[in-house]
Design a protein around this ligand. Structure first.
Ligand code: HEC
Length: 154
């Protein structure tokens, strides 16, 4: 046996040894949940579509201009430092958000951002992309609803 083949044999067995250890270590961590078959990351289909937080799915109805106006003012004070309607800023553009996300999803993101970006797969993706955690702006549910109305107007 040449030195070279002895060496490669050594490298090979070291590699096998490592991967064997790694394998047995990581197996239990991959544990499957016994949730509903459609669940992603242990979330229900409703949570996936409408987000995680205090707001249940709802139909917002026709746009209420007075509510949207209040929302515009709130948006200017609490959101415009990070969001524009078009174009990436500290956070994603929100001009088309009501076409991409359900009303409840948007309000849950406003009211419960920490949990959203740590447990909801879509919000996690955005966090990975923007790398700034959206802060909880302590809006009331009514205020969040007003901001939603403003966003629906865009
Ligand atoms: C300090 C910056 C900051 C502020 C202030 C902020 N956001 Fe965000 N927002 C982000 C970032 C960054 C993301 C992407 C997710 C993440 O990284 O946390 C995000 C994500 C979102 C999303 C989800 C977008 C998507 O495509 O799913 C919505 C909706 C949203 N923000 C609305 C708001 C509203 C409404 C306000 C004001 C009440 C607000 N944000 C205040 C930074 C901010």
């Amino acid at each position: 046996m040449t030195l070279r083949s002895t060496l490669s044999l050594f490298v090979l067995s070291a590699t096998l040894l490592f991967s064997a250890c790694g394998g047995s270590d990581s197996e239990p961590a991959a544990g499957q949940t016994s949730e509903a078959p459609t669940a992603d990351a242990g979330l229900s289909a409703e949570e996936l579509e409408h987000g995680i937080g205090p707001i249940a799915p709802f139909e917002p109805g026709p746009i209420n201009a007075a509510l949207a106006e209040r929302g515009a003012e709130l948006f200017r004070m609490k959101c415009s430092s990070c969001h524009k309607m078009d174009g990436r800023y500290v956070g994603p553009a929100l001009g088309n958000i009501t076409e991409e996300r359900s009303p409840a999803y948007i309000m849950n993101m406003i009211l419960n951002p920490q949990e959203m970006i740590t447990t909801h797969p879509e919000a996690k993706k955005k966090f990975a992309e923007f790398m700034t955690p959206m802060p909880n702006q302590s809006l009331s549910e009514d205020d969040a609803r007003a901001v939603l109305e403003f966003l629906r107007q865009q």
